[in-house]
Design a protein around this ligand. Structure first.
Ligand SMILES: Cc1cc2nc3c(=O)[nH]c(=O)nc-3n(C[C@H](O)[C@H](O)[C@H](O)COP(=O)(O)OP(=O)(O)OC[C@H]3O[C@@H](n4cnc5c(N)ncnc54)[C@H](O)[C@@H]3O)c2cc1C
Length: 334
């Protein structure tokens, strides 16, 4: 039987397959080459919304097979339904590897599946490879981000989650039609213990999702108080960007943890990342070092963030930011 790499094709609340699936697909092509050209397949769990577009997107990403578990009861994510559907499919097709995006949903789903299948899971990986023995070599930061560990899994499927934006999507548009296997999963024996009553969006995320923002104005402990973060919001507004934060700022209660950037927060790759009052600890840097241009404002000229920066401004952010905001406002007003 041909080897198979299965990828969880997570869809967003509008039913559209999200980018991390395409990032995983691209990585899977490299893995497949080293794994006897293993088949790359997707598992899409859906209530049928947006199905044609999703099939098209998965085709363009180069999937060879797409399993579509479809039911009107699968509109909203449910740990019990979704994990059981994945487990049933895995038992049937016995993939070598099962990859999931380390999104909020993926972080909920993956450990349930790996525990029930008694297999290993390497969470929050930053790169994936196949070693000389044909095993998945999943690499992730460890010991507070000071070391990278490559972890092997002895059981099958070898499971890993990978953060969104860490891997790159392919520029290629694959033409080959995937084999589509559509089925109605049997949900009757699943004990669904949680009912979704309502969805209330986090106001900090409704405006512009930080992981999709092209400009991020990020603040650390050096922004000191609410007034400091108000300045960051003003700068983000005039630039059309979003506000992010270091864990230092989140711990001080200046920002919500949903906008924390770094090892235990989000990974972001904006065009411009402006770090204000952030020292540049390694756990922060791993979440933003892929940004196209990094600008740092810090009053300590020896702050490690300057090693990452394309442009560094040594000075007090409380003096620099109001001037910068005013200058940009003047420019925007012509
Ligand atoms: C397991 C683990 C996971 C972690 N995960 C994360 C993570 O996901 N994200 C993260 O960010 N951190 C993370 N951390 C914490 C990380 O190690 C640092 O403690 C944190 O990033 C520091 O936040 P900071 O830069 O805001 O604060 P500080 O390190 O205290 O830096 C504040 C900076 O502000 C500057 N400053 C002060 N006043 C001004 C001013 N008026 N104008 C300009 N500059 C000023 C100072 O010179 C200083 O450089 C993690 C730590 C561990 C152990």
């Amino acid at each position: 039987m041909a080897k198979e790499i299965l990828i969880y094709a997570q869809a967003n609340r509008s039913g559209k397959v999200i980018d991390v699936v395409l990032e995983l697909a691209n990585a899977a092509h490299d893995l497949s080459e080293k794994l006897e050209n293993a088949c790359i397949s997707a598992l899409l769990i859906t209530d049928g919304r947006n199905l044609d577009e999703n099939k098209h997107v998965l085709k363009k990403a180069g999937f060879n097979k797409v399993y579509i578990a479809s039911s009107e009861y699968l509109k909203d994510y449910s740990t019990e339904y979704y994990s059981q559907i994945a487990i049933d499919l895995i038992k049937k097709i016995e993939p070598e590897i099962f990859l999931i995006g380390a999104t909020t949903q993926g972080r909920d789903l993956a450990p349930v599946i790996s525990t029930k299948l008694k297999t290993g899971l390497t969470a929050d990986c930053t790169s994936l490879d196949i070693n000389e023995k044909g095993q998945l070599a999943a690499t992730r930061p460890t010991f507070g981000g000071n070391l990278m560990a490559t972890i092997l899994c002895k059981q099958f499927p070898q499971m890993a989650t990978v953060r969104p934006k860490v891997l790159k999507k392919s520029d290629k548009n694959y033409e080959q039609e995937p084999l589509i296997i559509e089925y109605s999963p049997d949900l009757s024996n699943i004990n669904k213990r949680v009912e979704l009553l309502d969805f209330i969006a986090n106001p900090q995320l409704t405006d512009k999702r930080i992981d999709e923002a092209e400009i991020i104005v990020s603040g650390g402990k050096g922004m000191k108080n609410e007034a400091g973060f108000k300045l960051l919001q003003e700068l983000a507004d005039v630039l059309g960007g979003s506000v992010g934060a270091s864990r230092g700022a989140v711990d001080m209660g200046l920002a919500d943890s949903s906008i924390q950037i770094g090892q235990t927060g989000k990974t972001v790759v904006p065009k411009i990342y402006i770090a204000c009052g952030i020292s540049g600890a390694v756990q922060h840097v791993v979440g933003m070092s892929g940004s196209d241009k990094i600008i740092a404002i810090n009053k300590d000229e020896n702050a490690p963030i300057f090693k990452q920066a394309d442009l560094g401004i040594v000075g007090d952010a409380f003096e620099i930011l109001p001037n910068l905001i005013q200058k940009i406002r003047d420019k925007n007003n012509g």
